[in-house]
Design a protein around this ligand. Structure first.
Ligand SMILES: Nc1ncnc2c1ncn2[C@@H]1O[C@H](COP(=O)(O)OP(=O)(O)O)[C@@H](O)[C@H]1O
Ligand SMILES: [Mg+2]
Length: 382
């Protein structure tokens, strides 16, 4: 069996240009001045978009609006939701266990496969697995594809080649091509009885951390989002690359890496504090006021808070509203806390920030993000 190889793109090709641009983004210092307590909430939101997209690709029919309502109601008891929750846990696992030195070995992949299939019904009826974490022991076909993945007795070797390929110290200019090729090759091999799509898309996330894209600290990323804007195109490009012909593989790389570049550029713009305040949070508060989820006074307080450099405040500061009685101040703040729209970020519990990931502000923020082009239609169509 041959090693997995990386074909050379030609100089001056679109693909070579995309790789150069991505290399700049890889090392680019992020100018983000958004405070961490806001950044990490935005990150949670982008994880929701990524995991929901990945679950929906293969038929999970939960829409973004439905999922948002479920998060708000904390009512998460059906299998579709378990599937999405599992994907969120897998992202957490990846963030906790991956850095630039991590070897993405068989145990690592096996662990992720166990997480994503946990407590789900086995195929063909559900999105779980008969052998969580283990290579499949039977032959499979991929739905609506002409490609037949390798026979099960050849899998060990295919899988070992794959592991070697993703951990090999490729020269810098080949590392992004490795990521693109790895996704296709993983799907081509289809090592598990189910969950191969989800697993392959999660690996993209791990690869970018490993390649130093500052994913954990300052950057929001949805590496697979290009797949979610047009699933048919995703499958068509995978199918084409199934020939393993150099040109088809390079075409796949161009599709994948161009999508990645567009996504990173778009999301990086979100890390500017002014943008987050004026274009995302303020419109979200306006929507909440219009739908009477917050009162006019609460609106003013939150507006004041998001306009501060550190996006946090103490109840003392409510004097700006002409409220001087300290008891009254803490009652007003307490009400916001009860509604879970603010939360304390200091040890003594006296400094508050806005919270928008687990309450009805989430509804508004998704709407605003959609208007700004951060959410693909695919997440909301039935
Ligand atoms: N022609 C193809 N060649 C290779 N892989 C494909 C092709 N068509 C679809 N796929 C991949 O197969 C995945 C589905 O496999 P499956 O094991 O059911 O994954 P999951 O259960 O996570 O959806 C798709 O998400 C896609 O990544
Ligand atoms: Mg499946």
């Amino acid at each position: 069996m041959k090693d997995i190889e990386i074909p050379d793109p030609s100089w001056g090709s679109e693909l070579a240009g995309v790789i150069l641009d991505l290399e700049k983004l890889r090392t680019k210092r992020l100018g983000g001045d958004v405070p961490p307590h806001i950044f990490f909430q935005l990150k949670d939101i982008f994880h929701i978009l990524e995991t929901l997209g990945s679950a929906r690709i293969e038929g999970n029919n939960t829409t973004l609006s439905e999922y948002v309502e479920k998060i708000i109601e904390e009512n998460v008891n059906d299998e579709n939701n378990d599937e999405i929750k599992n994907l969120e846990k897998a992202i957490d696992f990846i963030e906790e266990n991956t850095d630039e030195e991590t070897i993405l070995n068989r145990a690592y992949i096996s662990e992720i496969h166990k997480i994503i299939t946990k407590d789900l019904t086995q195929p063909p009826h559900g999105e779980g697995s008969k052998n969580p974490g283990e290579l499949r022991t039977h032959n499979v076909k991929i739905k609506s594809s002409g490609h037949t993945p390798p026979e099960h007795f050849l899998l060990q070797e295919h899988f070992e080649r794959f592991i070697d390929f993703i951990n090999f110290a490729h020269k810098e200019q080949y590392q992004l091509l490795m990521v693109a090729i790895a996704h296709h090759r993983f799907e081509f091999i289809h090592p598990f009885d189910n969950g191969n799509g989800r697993m392959g898309r999660l690996l993209n996330y791990a690869f970018l951390i490993k390649l130093g894209f500052q994913v954990k600290t300052g950057r929001l990323i949805n590496p697979s989002s290009v797949f979610y804007t047009d699933r048919d195109k995703y499958y068509e490009m995978l199918s084409k690359a199934d020939s393993l012909d150099d040109n088809d593989i390079l075409e796949w790389c161009e599709y994948f890496l161009l999508g990645l570049k567009n996504e990173i550029e778009k999301i990086d713009s979100l890390l500017n504090m002014r943008y987050v305040t004026q274009e995302i949070l303020l419109p979200t508060l306006v929507l909440a006021l219009e739908s009477e989820h917050i009162t006019k006074q609460e609106f003013k307080i939150l507006e004041y808070l998001i306009n501060k450099d550190d996006m946090s405040m103490k109840s003392e500061e409510l004097s700006f509203l002409g409220i001087n009685d300290s008891k009254k101040k803490s009652i007003i703040m307490g009400k916001l806390k009860e509604k879970r729209i603010v939360e304390s970020i200091s040890k003594g519990g006296r400094i508050y920030t806005i919270r928008f990931v687990n309450n009805y502000l989430l509804r508004g923020i998704m709407k605003v993000l959609k208007e700004k082009g951060f959410v693909s239609d695919f997440l909301n169509t039935n």
